[in-house]
Design a protein around this ligand. Structure first.
Ligand code: OAD
Length: 259
């Protein structure tokens, strides 16, 4: 394993340029420079300020549905004020240049799609979507009633909930299968902005490695993945990803499309 802190080493740029099948796994850290809080940072991380068992579980929703609904509604509203950053845009630039590309994100903030990523799997759902807690039907419109209850499904009357994955719940099966298949087939996996602590997402780089892929980690801090990665860029993704793109494709007129 090698570690770099400043500019992209030329050898790493060559690895990206030569890669034919690339998977990128992202976590909350890639949205940190957009102003979206991460989960596990000691200062400012959401799970440092809130107990996930009181917010992000089916039993919390059963106990206090309105509190859980309001917590996610606040986060959904806050997303209207943020924009994708240069890290999100650099991933769009990579997607444009690599034929076989899949972005696997744990993020529910929708910023990758807003930046222009298309070949993408959202493993933990999307905060902007709301679904029926009984029938899983996606619902576009609702009225938040006064009182202790969240809005109800216009079709069956069950409570509505955010379309995100909670602790104790399984991931969307199709999304996970697509991510695992891509991890098994890729020759390069870039892992950016995740603490690599939450399964099954955290197992994807290990699958890629087992299948013979190179793994590059981008994170200002060490994670359990750091010892496994072939190369670590110890820098914020909003700097490291554009620098990687610019080094891999220096002739790209739009600076890798990442500025
Ligand atoms: P975490 O909050 O666990 O980890 C964020 C990571 O991003 C940390 O390792 C930070 O060091 C790193 N980081 C911070 N700023 C960064 C920057 N500018 N550039 C790059 N990295 C930076 O978030 P996740 O790994 O995404 O699940 O958490 C995984 C899952 O746990 C989330 O999807 C969520 C949470 O519970 C659900 O809600 C289901």
């Amino acid at each position: 394993m090698s570690i770099s802190t400043a500019s992209t080493p030329p050898a790493l740029a060559a690895v990206l340029r030569a890669a034919r099948r690339v998977v990128v796994l992202t976590g909350a850290g890639v949205s940190a420079e957009s102003g979206v809080p991460t989960f596990r940072d000691a200062l400012g991380g959401l799970w440092a300020r809130y107990d996930p068992l009181e917010i992000a579980t089916p039993s919390a929703f059963a106990r206090q549905p309105r509190l859980v609904w309001d917590w996610y509604a606040e986060r959904r509203d806050a997303l209207r004020l943020v924009e994708p950053n240069s890290g999100h845009r650099a991933l769009v630039a990579i997607e444009r240049r690599v034929g076989d590309f899949l972005l696997v994100t744990q993020n529910v903030d929708g910023l990758h799609a807003r930046a222009g990523s298309r070949s993408m799997v959202e493993l933990h759902g999307n905060l902007a979507r709301v679904r029926c807690s009984l029938e899983d039907r996606i619902v576009d419109r609702w009225d938040a009633p006064p009182g202790d209850e969240p809005p109800r499904c216009p079709h069956c009357g069950a409570f509505l909930r955010p379309d995100v994955v909670w602790f104790e719940e399984g991931l969307p099966a199709e999304a996970l299968a697509r991510a695992e298949d891509a991890a098994d087939r890729c020759d390069l996996m870039i892992v950016a902005g995740t603490s690599a602590e939450v399964l099954p997402a955290a197992a994807l780089p290990l699958r890629a490695k087992r299948a013979g892929a190179r793994v590059i980690e981008i994170n200002p801090d060490a994670t359990p993945l750091s010892a496994v990665a072939d190369h670590v860029l110890r820098a914020p993704s909003g700097e490291a990803l554009p620098s990687l793109v610019a080094a891999a494709w220096p002739d790209a007129s739009e600076g890798g499309g990442a500025k």
